[in-house]
Write a protein that binds this ligand. Sequence first.
Ligand code: SAH
Ligand code: SF4
Ligand code: F3S
Length: 453
Amino acid sequence: MIKPGHVKSYHIITFGCQMNAHDSEKLAGILQAKGYEATDDADTAGLVVFNTCCIRENAENRALGHLGYLKHIKAHRPGLVVAVGGCMPQMEEGHARLKKSGVVDIFFGTHNLHTFGELLDESLTTGKVDKILAEYDNSPETEVPTVREFAWKSGVNIMYGCNNFCSYCVVPYVRGRERSRKPADIIREVQNLAVDGVTEIMLLGQNVNSYLGTDDGCDSVDFPALLSYIARLKPGLERIRFMTSHPKDLSPELIKAIAEHKNICKHIHLPVQSGSDRVLSNMNRSYTRADYLSLIGDLRRSIQDIAITTDIIVGFPGETDEDFAETLNLCKEARFSGAFTFIYSKRSGTKAAEMPGEVPGEVANARFKVLTDLIHPMFLDYAKTFKGKVVGALAEKLENGIYTGRTESNHPIHFPAKQDGGGLLGKIVAVTVTQAKTFYLTGELVEEITDGN
Ligand code: SAH
Ligand code: SF4
Ligand code: F3S
């Protein structure tokens, strides 16, 4: 190591989705294997890593804002190394915006995260390193050591990339084509996590329903089969989640698998994006409003009390008042328990960026407000259905004597601790719901549940 003043401590700042969050755990694994220690303090760390997202412009702006702050620190601390990876440098425009900041020592992308240790060594001896691979190079993405952020829960990649090319979305460009991991590798990882005391896993992919894994000499395994197999493993996982499901590939077999296994959480995140067939078609989503509503019907009929959450975009190019009204109507019919709502953000390089009919900012903002004014009270109504009931909550955080956990439906729930010194962290406990709010519940501890949810 040649860089003077460099200290072996790191701080990772993560933007974006679960995929990125899990990638950051891999970066932590790589760095700890090299003798680096984690620090919460970006101001004193020897290495600050940004794991970026470029799904919407504001995700990029937040990363750039943080980088601007580091510029001041770097002026006083020549030993500081700043690395930027993830999705943003993977796109030309994002890369150029980041470069302009002038503070970045190492650029890496989504396809060479596993070589970050080598890129760091190179930078420490030669200075600036800028390596973005256009394509996935068949390296073993999975063979990276990870350091979990939480002892009791973990993401597990089952596939990488996306083939869907929704017209607004950068993901297929920054993450490449779909690649499914081998079932045996996934199962080994899940088993190790269970033995290591993990309570909850989340199977990760941009479109988990199109998982199709093969092992040498065996038939291919689809997502419902993989999920059911994982649900039956011994020692078992108490909770299994998965993210994200694309409505076009949600099969009856998957619905059956969720219904059949107690340890598969009765919650599905099923992004609808719009309620207008015309907009859905321009978005290249490959389903209609009727298809989507019929799926919701199937899910509700087959899985008692399933919580359904979604993603919605307003202000897509060409969206008219009538299209938007269809989105509002769909929300009324679907009875979502929660939703992420977004104003369309134009991403250069995507098909939608070339589409006519840009919706003016004020119109998109106004629609956004109408949408949230409609759906927030609906979330509250949904949350109220839990009032007085006893729910299982995975205790995840203890602060000032209050635990925060997650219910099976994925609602955060706050409940006071009973002099247990944090002993319930990572456990699924029974909580009586006393209050319901739009985005969370509060309750009182009943007793520990030992048999899963
Ligand atoms: N693979 C997942 C989600 C990926 S991105 C899926 O297909 O469901 C998460 C969400 O971001 C999307 O569901 C969409 O609602 C939103 N999103 C993606 N690109 C966007 C854009 N250009 N502008 C606004 N929202 C966007
Ligand atoms: Fe993007 Fe569509 Fe792929 Fe989801 S399915 S990651 S929205 S292209
Ligand atoms: Fe963002 Fe990349 Fe995820 S663009 S949403 S971090 S796949």
